[in-house]
Unconditional design. Structure first.
Length: 281
């Protein structure tokens, strides 16, 4: 019996050995700040208070379930308003009937891109653990206080559950095909489509808006891309495309709208196509 227990421990240890997070430099911060993740099925210890106190939920693949001087915004900042970004601003796809949206190869390509960016440990799947590491990057680089951490994590969890399609399946991990299935359901369901990603995008904006002006420059946009594990040059290329009026800044409203249109639009000329980084092949 003792030999049997020893053999069992060896098997389990080999199956759930720690896996190293890919080397990513976040500004002046290095991966020493982001401890190696444990095997995907194991618990990831977290040291951030808000992370430690947060209830972690898991999900399955089931559908349904450049520099510029910046001016201060008006007292009612767009980053504090839910009305504009929560509206269903998808005029470019209104002619496509519900149930038929998300069918183009271009849209599939965008979703594969989004999946690849959020696959933090690059194992081909995305789990809540990937979202936890993404949160750590924003919390550290954004220098968020405890209350802000909680708000950020709550918004990210809603993004994980409502937009990515969470469920109570503890051991489910999404592959690109699963993300496509879930997001097709989201963009074809009016209530889900209307709010897809809004709160998470606002929190991401607030985290990189270091001077709290309600607007971000290309330098602050670079911080957003570093949190995603992308390069400064990727950020510059993207910013040059999405900054339609060429004023060198993005308001919170613009940022959220572009992030949402990445999911909602199937227009290959829409600037939102590069919001989450260079499109994969």
């Amino acid at each position: 019996m003792a030999a049997y227990r020893t053999l069992t421990k060896l098997v389990l240890f080999s199956k759930f050995a720690p896996c190293a997070l890919p080397t990513v430099q976040v500004g002046g911060l290095h991966t020493a700040l982001f401890p190696p993740c444990r095997a995907l099925h194991s618990h990831v210890p977290v040291t951030t208070p808000a992370l430690a106190n947060m209830q972690v939920r898991h999900w399955s693949n089931k559908p349904g379930s450049a520099t510029h001087s910046k001016s201060k915004p008006q007292e009612s900042s767009s980053s504090d308003s839910d009305s504009s970004s929560d509206s269903d601003s998808d005029s470019d796809t209104e002619t496509v009937p519900l149930g038929k949206r998300g069918e183009s190869e271009f849209w599939f390509r965008k979703m594969r891109t989004h999946h690849a960016v959020l696959d933090i440990n690059k194992d081909g799947t995305v789990s809540w653990h990937d979202f936890e590491y993404l949160a750590k990057r924003f919390i550290i680089l954004g220098k968020l206080k405890a209350e802000q951490e909680t708000e950020f994590l709550n918004a990210l969890r809603e993004f994980w559950e409502d937009t990515w399609g969470a469920s109570n399946d503890e051991y489910a991990f999404v592959m690109p095909e699963g993300l496509v299935t879930n997001l097709k359901h989201v963009i074809n369901t009016p209530d889900l489509r209307k709010k897809a990603g809004s709160k998470a995008l606002k929190q991401m904006f607030n985290a990189v808006d270091h001077d709290h002006s309600g607007e971000i420059s290309v330098e602050e946009y670079k911080l957003f891309y570093r949190c995603l594990g992308l390069t400064d040059q990727d950020a510059i290329n993207s910013f040059n495309v999405i900054d339609n009026n060429g004023d060198g800044i993005l308001s919170c409203e613009e940022f959220v709208a572009l992030g949402r249109q990445f999911f909602l639009s199937e227009d290959e000329s829409h600037p939102s196509k590069v919001f989450w980084g260079p499109l994969v092949d």
